[in-house]
Design a protein around this ligand. Structure first.
Ligand code: B1M
Length: 210
């Protein structure tokens, strides 16, 4: 089995130490970090996601797979986040209130840091006020919201409305993303930007500072 297949397989089994070891092995073999992420870690996570949807695996299995994913991503972090990049600006990032999914958010953070942005990561289950307070305190020019559930994506509208109603109107942008989010939804709620993946989120954020 190839090293990338090993990563995907062990991730599906939720075996974090194996995932870390094979991610390191893949790096030692000279496989680019972006390929390890896409064809190893995310491949395994996508398979788990499909099985979850089909009721072939349940929350505990998904949870351990997600932990293994995050551990694997940590090994990749130094290879995805460039050292000594000049800081371009500050961004506040979090998963919206009621939502505990953080893998996509963590990738967004990593890609943004890799592009020289300072990221204030508020974690998961972030209420509207916390996004705004953090933006004020850190003089951030962008609030980035992630949501994975159709039941929580509406929270993004509350963030947009709160920014519009505050002194930050016109000064702080709201960027949104996550599996159920679309450009149509972005337009409906009046957010400034939707991007489908972490890399394009980082590019779009950098563009605001240029
Ligand atoms: Co959850 N879950 N989950 N889950 N989970 C989904 C999202 C689901 C689609 C599974 C399914 O049924 N097929 C479904 C949502 C259905 C819906 O709303 N339509 C679901 C459900 C129902 C639930 C629970 C309600 C299950 C339950 O308890 N019965 C529950 C809710 C808990 C809560 O949040 N309150 C729940 C719980 C969990 C776990 C805790 C077990 C675990 C999360 C662990 C963790 O994150 N630490 C989990 C997981 C792992 C998933 C799946 C399997 C994988 C999500 C993931 O991490 N994908 C997911 C199924 C799926 O997506 N196929 C599922 C990999 C990640 C890299 O992708 O986050 O989409 P993603 O990020 C992408 C882009 O979306 C984008 O960048 C990334 C790619 O580069 N992106 C942004 C993300 N944020 C962005 C922000 C941006 C820009 C781009 O700008 C700011």
């Amino acid at each position: 089995m190839s090293t990338l297949s090993e990563i995907s397989e062990w991730l599906q089994k939720g075996r974090a130490p194996k995932v870390k070891a094979f991610v390191q092995q893949a790096l030692d073999e000279g496989i680019p970090a972006s390929e390890i992420l896409q064809d190893g870690l995310l491949d395994g996570m996508n398979i788990i996601g499909q099985k979850f949807k089909n009721n072939e695996v349940f929350v505990p299995e998904v949870l351990v797979a997600a932990r293994a994913m995050n551990r694997g991503v940590e090994v990749l972090r130094p290879y995805l986040v460039a050292d000594g990049v000049e800081e371009k600006g500050t961004v506040v990032l979090g998963t919206v209130k009621g939502d505990m999914h953080d893998i996509g958010k963590n990738l967004v953070r990593m890609m943004m840091e890799g592009k020289g942005l300072k990221v204030i990561d508020l974690g998961v289950d972030v209420p509207v006020d916390k996004f705004l307070d953090a933006a004020r305190e850190n003089d951030a020019k962008i609030i980035c919201c992630s949501a994975l559930l159709t039941t929580t994506m509406g929270e993004m509208r509350n963030v947009v409305e709160a920014v519009q109603a505050s002194e930050m109107k016109g000064k702080v942008k709201v960027m949104i993303g996550g599996a159920p989010i679309t450009q149509t939804f972005c337009d409906q709620i009046g957010a400034d930007c939707y991007t489908p993946d972490a890399a394009s989120a980082a590019d779009a954020a950098v563009a605001y500072f240029e």
